[in-house]
Design a protein around this ligand. Structure first.
Ligand SMILES: [Zn+2]
Length: 642
């Protein structure tokens, strides 16, 4: 996924890289009385979602449980998509249950997200109402315009039947709305083999535009819910073609028959993408895609590559998904960060990025990491474990945390260079990922977090890479950039600049007040009496708000800053001080003074994402370790890896 407000980017481009069926009710009640509630566990669990109240953002859910145990438990996930506990149960207005004859059954709340029902031996119908109005690829929303649903946020699962097949129907779908989802369908129902597969399948319902294309032997659907004046479908489809070709040839694999891209281009703030095994959902601000498709191709390359890395090449620690609490993993530096590394390679391979812009982007990533003091105290693995803290502003401070996207992407680049060197250019990151695809994903195995990555990197390079992993992945040693980049004729230069400094950092939580998070000791702001925890009411005579960040960024050293604050110890005060300056260091990747022909050749291979001396890799033929023939479609490991 990409969660743009968390990923720190220097430039604009990188900042951005943040039918209805009338007979449904009748059909479902027939099902309830006949086949569904008979005492065979193979009967599907049937969900019916009533969309008759879009203006109130309310969905009425019915779950038809087959006959079985008398006592059942139903669980609503506490998290989904984002690695943040969001407690979707807060939106459940009420829960009831009845038996097949319509008699009420007792419902007992066990904890905030789990309910128990009694007397369900003959089958039961659980009903509840849930409020859904969270926009974006990590949300669930029903409004008068459309519905976009991450189903884990609204559907409870029977705890004893999470692996049972199930059906999904929608009732009272507003006139003219259509349904798009990667789920397969039969008559009026969508089908899934189990709950995990169901909730890995986002659903768009509305009046969207659709296109499709075939590429690399697969079928691709493109669903766009946006103002047609804001985008050009043909241009987007052409860009998606390029991404699909670059990614499938790089992995030498296409583990699906059909894949669905779902886009929203809202006029307001947006930016993010969520990966799924057979689809992705991406939101981008409408203005940002009018100027250039760079943001769209970047996030799409990232989410598309996730169909391998994290959906199929999956850490053991994320499996099975624990919907009841935090699902801790040390591997997000790889599953997210190295997906960003692959995003860069895909864009280089398909011509959407050139060498200069790629190296500029890497320079920004190095600057971002080096500027955060926490790179010396929090490892990439710890940052992965602590993902669950990202909703908290203190945690996001540069002194407290690094980003597993940021360091993980750089570790992917360094691992690529290290494997090339250790294998004498016989292997690269491509072979590491193909090895993991062949030995984990295609064998329905999960990898053992960083150890599993090391196993793959050592297998393809025939070298001991323990020190790389202990120093830079598990540890917090400074990464010796020049040592890694030398082989491709590059070095990293630190450049100091004087920049204006108001002497404090403030942050806001969504539309909350702007509060002072840090004051530089000894600064003019400190001397003026500004304190951590003060609320900034006015800045330069204007109410503090969304624009204050811009206001601050336009100040020069020596300018007078006038700030009205409300102190926690009471009272409003007006404070004035002169903007100071501080030294800021930027890092730039540059050519070595003399680049040898050998270094130049290694750089060309590196920027193509190909091993230099491996015939198998450069020709794109299946390497020896790929047992299954190249691009044979397989759904084999799909159901277990959501
Ligand atoms: Zn991601």
């Amino acid at each position: 996924m990409k969660y743009f407000s968390r990923v720190f980017r220097g430039t604009l481009r990188r900042t951005l890289r943040l039918t209805a069926c009338a007979a449904i009710l009748a059909a479902s009640s027939v099902l309830a009385q006949s086949s569904l509630l008979q005492a065979t566990p193979a009967q599907p669990v049937a969900y019916v979602l009533d969309l008759s109240a879009p203006e109130q953002h309310l969905v009425d859910v019915q779950i038809f449980l087959p006959a079985g145990a008398a006592q059942r438990e139903l669980q609503l996930p506490v998290w989904n998509a984002l690695y943040q506990v969001r407690d979707f149960a807060q939106f459940v207005n009420w829960v009831r249950a009845k038996n097949r004859a319509g008699h009420p059954l007792p419902v007992h709340e066990l904890d905030k997200s789990r309910w128990q029902i009694q007397g369900a031996q003959g089958g039961a119908i659980v009903e509840y109402q849930i409020y859904v109005d969270a926009p974006g690829p990590f949300g669930a929303q029903l409004n008068e315009h459309h519905a976009f649903l991450n189903l884990a946020q609204i559907l409870m699962y029977p705890v004893d039947a999470r692996n049972w097949p199930l059906t999904l129907r929608f009732s009272h779908v507003p006139n003219g709305w259509h349904i798009a989802t990667p789920l397969r369908s039969e008559r009026d129902a969508f089908l899934a083999d189990n709950y995990d597969e169901l909730v890995d399948s986002p659903v768009e319902i509305g009046n969207f535009a659709e296109s499709d294309f075939d590429e690399a032997g697969g079928h691709f659907r493109v669903i766009i819910d946006a103002d047609p004046a804001d985008y050009d479908m043909a241009r987007i489809v052409a860009a998606l073609h390029k991404i699909v070709i670059a990614a499938t040839t790089w992995m030498n694999d296409r583990p699906f028959d059909t894949y669905t891209f779902i886009y929203h281009f809202p006029r307001g703030p947006a930016g993010g993408g969520m990966e799924h095994a057979y689809s992705t959902a991406i939101d981008l601000n409408a203005d940002s895609i009018k100027q250039s498709l760079a943001a769209l191709t970047g996030v799409t390359s990232h989410e598309f590559f996730h169909l391998w890395n994290v959906k199929r090449i999956r850490p053991q620690t994320l499996q099975p998904v624990d919907y009841t609490k935090e699902n801790y993993t040390r591997a997000l530096w790889f599953s997210e960060g190295v997906t960003s590394t692959a995003e860069g390679i895909i864009e280089l391979r398909n011509g959407l990025l050139d060498e200069k812009h790629y190296l500029d982007q890497l320079s920004e990533e190095i600057t971002e990491l080096e500027r955060r003091p926490a790179h010396l105290t929090q490892s990439a693995e710890e940052s992965s474990l602590d993902a669950w803290l990202e909703g908290n502003s203190y945690y996001r401070r540069p002194e407290r945390s690094i980003s597993y996207y940021n360091k993980g992407e750089l570790l992917g680049v360094m691992l690529d260079l290290q494997v090339r060197e250790a294998s004498h250019a016989q292997a690269s990151l491509r072979e590491v990922l193909q090895w993991m695809n062949a030995n984990y994903a295609r064998k329905n195995r999960f990898f053992n977090d960083s150890e599993g990555v090391r196993e793959a990197a050592e297998a393809v390079s025939h070298a001991d890479l323990a020190s790389f992993f202990s120093k830079y992945v598990a540890g917090t040693e400074e990464i010796p950039w020049d040592d890694f980049f030398r082989s491709v004729g590059l070095r990293v230069e630190a450049i100091a600049n004087n920049v204006p400094d108001p002497g404090f950092i403030a942050s806001r939580n969504f539309d909350g007040p702007m509060s002072v998070a840090a004051v530089t000791p000894g600064s003019a702001a400190d001397h003026a009496g500004l304190q951590v925890g003060d609320t900034i009411v006015e800045l330069q005579g204007k109410p503090a708000g969304q624009e204050s960040r811009q206001e601050l960024s336009e100040l020069s050293s020596g300018d007078m800053l006038v700030v009205k604050v409300h102190s926690r110890r009471g009272g409003d005060r007006e404070l004035k001080w002169k903007v100071g300056s501080r030294q800021e260091i930027s890092y730039e990747i540059k050519d070595l003074v003399q680049v040898t022909p050998a270094q130049r050749e290694r750089r060309i291979a590196w920027l193509k994402g190909e091993a230099q001396n491996s015939d198998a890799a450069t020709s794109g033929a299946a390497p020896a370790w790929v047992e299954t023939e190249g691009a044979a479609p397989t759904g084999a490991n799909a159901s277990g890896v959501n």
